[in-house]
Design a protein around this ligand. Sequence first.
Ligand SMILES: Cc1cc2nc3c(=O)[nH]c(=O)nc-3n(C[C@H](O)[C@H](O)[C@H](O)COP(=O)(O)OP(=O)(O)OC[C@H]3O[C@@H](n4cnc5c(N)ncnc54)[C@H](O)[C@@H]3O)c2cc1C
Length: 362
Amino acid sequence: MNRAVIIGGGLAGAAAAARLGSGALLLEREAGAHDKICGEFLSGEAGAMLAGLGFDLARLGGAPIDRMRLHSGQRTVDVRLPFVATGISRRVLDAALLEHAEGQGADVRRGVTVRHLADGRAVTSDGELGGSLLLATGKHEMRGMKRDTAGTISGLIGFKMFFRAPAIAARIGSAVEVTLFEGGYAGLQPVEGGRVNLCLLVEAGRLQAEGGGWQGLFAALLAEPGLARLAEAEALLAKPLTISGVPYGFLARPDAGDDLWRLGDQAAVIPSFCGDGMAMALHGGALAGSMVAAGANAAQFQAQLRRDTARQVRLATRLQRFAMHPAGRFALLAGLGAVPAAMALLARWTRVVAPAPLPVAG
Ligand SMILES: Cc1cc2nc3c(=O)[nH]c(=O)nc-3n(C[C@H](O)[C@H](O)[C@H](O)COP(=O)(O)OP(=O)(O)OC[C@H]3O[C@@H](n4cnc5c(N)ncnc54)[C@H](O)[C@@H]3O)c2cc1C
């Protein structure tokens, strides 16, 4: 089997490495565990995919989440989720999955940056490496390999902050609370260690209207009933993590002439609102691992991954556009209030479910 060189040690890269074991060399530019901007809502499907990789999620002490509370202005709908999700920080989860991949025999090298790709080789801060190249750099583009993001929703700005907030944690219980507001939405949920994660996306126009920065935006959002009590909470990061230019709705096209394997956010970007990006990254990583081992090529993999994810990405992107619109927000709350069971359907339609694993070459 051709050695796989995996570029990026997020969930997609680590899942591929865990599946390939000693057939994988993984390069991650960060030298140690680090925070990432993410709502940190790990869906039930993602939990099942981790179990399929032999990974023990329970030992990380995440917070179980089995309800969603949707707020818009003074209105709230509380629905049961059709699965039990886990609130777990990416700092803990990603580092643990990389360790697991190492335990499976993968060669994991941290603190190594891939600078560019040339003639089927990865040019790194540590020399040149060849093999099947699996690109799993998440939101970070590789020089010369930029995704074509035409037609995606890419104008949102993301912020994430951890809080110590016992009163809020007690109110939230085992729910993820989503607040839809003018120009964006925010997710608030428990993670391990008794902390609460606030992660939000906002349109540039709304951010500018609130002074262009976190302080003004955060102060304005405290007027939302779902977020009001954060005023009393203790912020745990010196400043929020931020992100911009995420191309929601992006789907990589299979190209018979391309021998680069694109995984995770490099292959498909599902709106954060659905909380399934991690499952898609894990699925793509595990699928790539199986298909490399079975001797498939990059175009076959990309076509399979697109079949597994395109419907979910397209539906979730439509839902995100809908929820960002005032009439859409109203309709969403009214609809879920009247028919709570619709939540299960929406969740099912936007989830990626792993097909049966492919046979691994002996
Ligand atoms: C605001 C926001 C909220 C979200 N909330 C949720 C949620 O609640 N639930 C959910 O399921 N999904 C959520 N997502 C989506 C989820 O975070 C992503 O889909 C997922 O992290 C993609 O995993 P990945 O492995 O592709 O990329 P990443 O997790 O981003 O990993 C990429 C890795 O590659 C490394 N890297 C980058 N460039 C190089 C290089 N040149 N050389 C070596 N290494 C490199 C990086 O350091 C990083 O570790 C959210 C996304 C956003 C933006």
